[in-house]
Ligand binder design. Structure first.
Ligand code: MG
Length: 257
């Protein structure tokens, strides 16, 4: 099932999507929240008549650094033996088609295309083999990074925490095996990243175990699983698209703030 958050003429709601974009897809409004067994209100719209928002409301976005060996190498280091985690504030989240805003204080803001995990229930100390029990589904993420500030500060809160630095979407796919999916990032239509999730150093199960040993994960929380090689800068006026096989494409324009 595809789960989304939509803005329609009647307001904002969670919804499920039946069918494919451009092929008569419809969205069915979900009452309250999408966790557990969603209840439908009976209202529906053509997909073309609603705006897709970030597909989930998260209390936090937990990210994995250097989870692909080729990206660790391009950053000038070796991949760490254990997962390295950091947090982006939930105020950095934006939806599909919303602009990524380049802060004037940075001279280099990069895209990082990533598979995003969406948590479906409160959980702590989850074993890797039980991770799928607590996962609602998967969406596409872009771990936008002010690379100069990441390097300057020595830790990443500023460089990765600006408003609009966490595009998510276009929807959550609940029926998906994340083990071996193609992930591509395009900038103005030119392919910049092209890899597979099977190249992750720490898979989704290990990541969920590692993070949930530290902090309670809540429904809607998002885990960004790391980016492969090919990161690079974006400029005002460009269009960045991240595609994960089996989910879809997340596209955002880039604008000076
Ligand atoms: Mg990243």
């Amino acid at each position: 099932m595809r789960l989304a958050r939509i803005a329609s003429a009647d307001g904002v709601a969670f919804a499920s999507i039946d069918g494919d974009p451009g092929d008569g897809a419809r969205v069915k409004e979900i009452a309250e929240h999408p966790f557990g067994s969603p209840q439908y209100t009976g209202r529906s719209w053509a997909l073309d008549d609603v705006r897709l928002l970030a597909p989930i409301l998260a209390s936090k976005v937990v990210c994995i650094g250097k989870n692909y060996a080729d990206h660790a190498a391009e950053m000038g280091g070796e991949a760490p033996e254990d997962p390295v985690i950091f947090i982006k504030p939930n105020t950095s989240i934006i939806g599909p088609q919303a602009p990524i805003k380049l802060p004037r204080s940075s001279s280099r803001v990069d895209y990082e295309g990533e598979l995003a995990v969406v948590i479906g229930q409160p959980c702590r100390d989850v074993k890797a083999e039980k991770a799928s029990d607590v996962i609602l589904g998967y969406t596409v993420g872009n771990d936008v990074t002010a690379r100069d500030q990441q390097r300057h500060d020595g830790q990443w809160t500023r460089g990765k925490g600006y408003d609009s630095f966490c595009p998510l979407g276009p929807w959550i796919e609940t029926e998906l095996d994340p083990k071996d999916l193609r992930l591509t990032t395009e900038l103005d239509g030119a392919v910049k990243q092209d890899s597979r999730t099977s190249s992750m150093l720490h898979d989704v199960g290990r990541i969920v175990e590692w993070i949930s040993a530290v902090m309670t994960l809540l429904p809607g929380d998002v885990i960004l699983t790391g980016t492969p090689e090919g990161v690079g800068p974006m400029a005002d006026g460009q269009l960045v698209s991240v595609t994960v096989e089996g989910i879809g494409t997340l596209t955002n324009p880039v604008q000076d703030r």
